[in-house]
Structures are given as structure tokens and as C-alpha cells.
Design a protein around this ligand. Sequence first.
Ligand code: FES
Ligand code: FES
Length: 161
Amino acid sequence: MNAFCDISLTVNGERVNERVEARKSLVDFLREDLTLTGSHVGCEHGVCGACTVRVDGEIVRGCLMLAVQCDGASVETIEGVSDSGEIADLQEAFQQRNALQCGFCTPGMLLTAQALLRNGSVPSREDIREHISGNYCRCTGYHAIVDAVTAVAQARAGGRK
Ligand code: FES
Ligand code: FES
């Protein structure tokens, strides 16, 4: 018999009340119950970073967290962060510098990069590589991604955002 729980949370600024299976992961809940399919499912073991979302402002692995653990929390997905314009410059830089090909890793990569740049710092290329090392990309070879993140860090520091 499956156990279900009622949860109430905020997703991309909107109140959500749902009944979910107790064992359901956060990323499956977002994708299947709320049709927010921007968060991807790759390894389902916390390795690839494709499922990255923000919970109460911190990036987490959506496959390693249960939906019921987010009862009362504020969850932000790539859809919400895109719609708000918060990462418009990162998205543009990824596009301009060919930092996305199939795009499977891109939502997680963008949220992870934003977590690094949010404090206004200009990290070194080594720092950027270290920070995104938990996000796997099978297409771009990372160089272009590091280029894009570096360009945005420098632009934001120059007040040009
Ligand atoms: S699907 Fe969550 S880390 Fe790979
Ligand atoms: S762009 Fe294809 S996996 Fe990264």
C-alpha cells in the first residue's frame, strides 16, 4: 500500500497544495504533478546535477529530496528563475558562447552558476570549474560554459548586468 501525504508549499511564488506519495522525489513531483519539466532527471543518484532546483534559496538535488520534505518550503525551478529575469544575462551568455548544445544539463548548470555569482564575486576559472564540477555536461566540454559564466561575472561586477 502506498502512503500519501498532504503538502503545502510555494513553487515559483505560487501556493501549491497537493497530495503526494510519501516516497516521491521532489523532481518527480515538480515534473509529473506540476508539469514543471525544466528540471531534468539524469542519474537519479545525486551525481549529475540535472535535477538542480532551489529550496529556500539554496540549490539542492531534486532527486535526493522527497517532495514531502518540502512541506512549508519555498521551491524555485528554472521556470521561475527564468521568468523573473534573474538569470537573463546568464542565459544569453550561454547562448552566445555556445555553452549549450542538447541543453539537457543547462537548467541545472544555470542554477548552479547563479548560486556562485549571486554574491557579486568574480570567481576564477578554477573556482567556476570547481563549483560546477557536480553538474555533468556531455556536450560542450565545459570550456564554453566556463567562458559564459566568467563573462557574466565580469559584466555584473562592472555594473552592466
Ligand atoms: S538526476 Fe539528480 S543528480 Fe542526477
Ligand atoms: S549541453 Fe548537452 S548535456 Fe550539457
